[in-house]
Design a protein around this ligand. Structure first.
Ligand code: PMP
Length: 406
């Protein structure tokens, strides 16, 4: 077996939807720390999660996360800490789908309330279905596929009118970026957050595929849940940011007997995320990603780059859109402009044969992992934080060359 680190070909452009590419400094530091962390003579995956070193890393990760949430000091960090707890559980997004309704179940029973789901793509649909399967009292508030025949965006009407049809909601659940369908909320989420606050409803968001890609106002949310393996790390861990008042309310109502102990938010939160063994490699990776983000100017700096990447890529796709008047039309964009994802750019080409040809030629040029999700087909270019502007520009050049050959 090898005794030194391999080289990594920087001309290889990876656009995978997750697990996804990590920033190079992170992956190099991680590799070193897997061998020997802090000169302890042992690697990060080998130490006890209860050791002083591991506890310091957990605390430091949380601290860095609070810093990121403060949006470069524009939000008072002490205020965030006062109102929100942060904990990490083994798992991914899917474990979040189960843990959210189960933690709310007893509270909802006691209060005679339910969870409302805005369904804007595959993941919010799966989350709703899981809550239902677990016997939780949940209701779909809106389903874009039922309205538009396929997922094209999310609700565009008046949220006040939508929520006023349900006076028994404890939470409204959204998936802020639908990774499979390429649908991401725009400013309308702010409107939803405002109406939720007015109606005393908690907004719960799955941010698995766009967390820290753009600034958010944490005070808009009751719960944020995110699997780590796209924008902020590697698989194995779910991040939860939960309002302290929600944890207190859930504690006061007690939990259902069937709540799996490892999913018990209050138990995990009270035990510094260490009621059971927290996977330290993913946790440490998260911290390295946070440090890298902070040292590069925080989320606002990253957001600017992300906006530029997405705008440039959509511009070339629009140029060749079947709906445009370019003589070389071959791109089909189904997501409504308002909800275009800045993380997962999803599109089809005129025919499946053309798509196959596109993928083959792209791969030959070193652009990999651009095939659409198996459930929807087509092309999906994921341009998470770690994907450089230069990679997107190279892909754009390839698209132009591909168009030339048609
Ligand atoms: N939510 C979103 C937005 C996702 O993209 C995914 C897929 N990674 C999930 C949830 C499910 O995550 P996991 O595979 O970690 O269970």
């Amino acid at each position: 077996m090898a005794t030194s680190l391999p080289e990594r070909n920087e001309t290889q452009y990876y656009f995978g939807a997750g697990p996804a590419q990590l920033p190079k400094p992170v992956i190099i530091q991680l590799s070193k720390d897997i061998v020997n962390i802090n000169n302890q003579g042992i690697g990060i995956g080998e130490i006890s999660h209860r050791s002083k070193l591991a506890q310091d890393i957990i605390d430091n990760t949380r601290e860095n996360l609070y810093k990121l949430l403060s949006n470069n000091g524009n939000i008072d960090i002490e205020d965030v800490k006062k109102h929100y707890d942060v904990f990490f559980l083994q798992g991914g997004g899917t474990t979040g789908f189960s843990s959210i309704p189960l933690n709310f179940k007893k509270f909802n029973q006691v209060q005679n309330k339910k969870g409302g789901y805005v369904i804007s793509g595959s993941w919010s649909l799966k989350s709703y279905q899981e809550a239902k399967r677990l016997g939780c009292d949940v209701v779909p508030l809106y389903n874009d596929k039922e309205v538009n025949g396929e997922f094209k965006g999310s609700y565009t009407g008046d949220y006040e009118a939508l929520l006023s049809k349900h006076d028994d909601l404890s939470y409204v659940y959204v998936c802020e970026n639908e990774t499979v369908n390429g649908i991401e909320y725009d400013q309308s989420l702010k409107e939803l957050a405002k109406v939720c606050q007015q109606r005393n409803i908690e907004l719960i968001s799955d941010l698995s595929s766009d967390i820290f890609s753009r600034e958010i106002n944490i005070f808009d949310y009751g719960v944020i849940m995110a699997g780590a393996q796209k924008n902020i790390g590697i698989a194995g861990l779910t991040l939860y940011i939960v309002k302290k008042s929600i944890l207190a309310n859930i504690k006061a109502s007690g939990s259902i007997d069937e709540l799996p102990i490892a999913f018990d938010w209050n138990l995990q939160n009270d035990n510094n995320s260490c009621y059971n063994t927290i996977p330290m490699v993913p946790l440490h990776t998260l911290n390295l990603v946070f440090e890298n983000l902070l040292s590069a100017g925080g989320i606002s700096a990253q957001e600017k780059i992300n906006v530029e990447k997405a705008e440039k890529l959509y511009a070339v796709l629009d140029k060749y859109s079947l709906e445009g008047d370019n003589e070389k039309k071959f791109v089909k964009l189904t997501v409504s402009k308002q909800f275009r994802s800045k993380m997962n750019v999803v599109f089809n080409l005129k025919t499946t044969d053309l798509e196959n040809d596109f993928v083959k030629k792209a791969e030959a040029k070193g652009f990999s992992a651009i095939k659409g999700h198996r459930s929807v087909g087509g092309i999906r270019v994921s341009i998470y934080n770690a994907v450089k502007l230069e990679a997107v520009e190279s892909l754009i050049k390839f698209i132009e060359e591909f168009a030339e050959q048609l």
